[in-house]
Design a protein around this ligand. Structure first.
Ligand SMILES: [Zn+2]
Length: 126
């Protein structure tokens, strides 16, 4: 797995954009398969646990199998994922780290931990 740092900016309605940096992990095909297998296995396990429970198994088993396939395939597509984002809030100026995970795509919305305003994480190109 290789990581790279992206220079982005945080925007808020009515405020000047502020700089932000994102750590992005670039996954190899085997790492993508491993991430997908973890989700797939977790939902298969839920389905297996619900199997002997009367009535519950009519809902939980098909739902677990469906989620295992769908979420597994979605994770398999994730070639680049967020490892962390840090930046300064354009409203209150607080330097902070944002809890942002999953597929690397822009724009993404985050909330300032200090003033709780909605911010948009954007790339350099408008
Ligand atoms: Zn703020």
């Amino acid at each position: 797995m290789t990581t790279r740092t992206e220079r982005l900016h945080l925007e808020g309605f009515g405020a000047a954009p502020a700089e932000a940096r994102a750590e992005v992990a670039v996954l190899t095909p085997s790492e993508r398969l491993k991430r997908a297998a973890i989700v797939f296995g977790a939902f298969i396990a839920v389905a297996l646990i619900a199997l002997p429970i009367p009535l519950v198994h009519f809902v939980v088993v098909p739902t677990g199998l469906l989620l295992a396939v769908v979420l597994g395939l979605l994770r398999l597509r994730d070639g680049e994922i967020f490892r962390g984002v840090e930046g300064r809030c354009p409203f209150c100026g607080t330097e902070q780290q944002f809890a942002l995970f999953g597929r690397y795509r822009l724009p993404r919305t985050v909330d300032c931990a200090h003033c709780h305003r909605r911010l948009t994480l954007e790339g350099d190109q408008p």
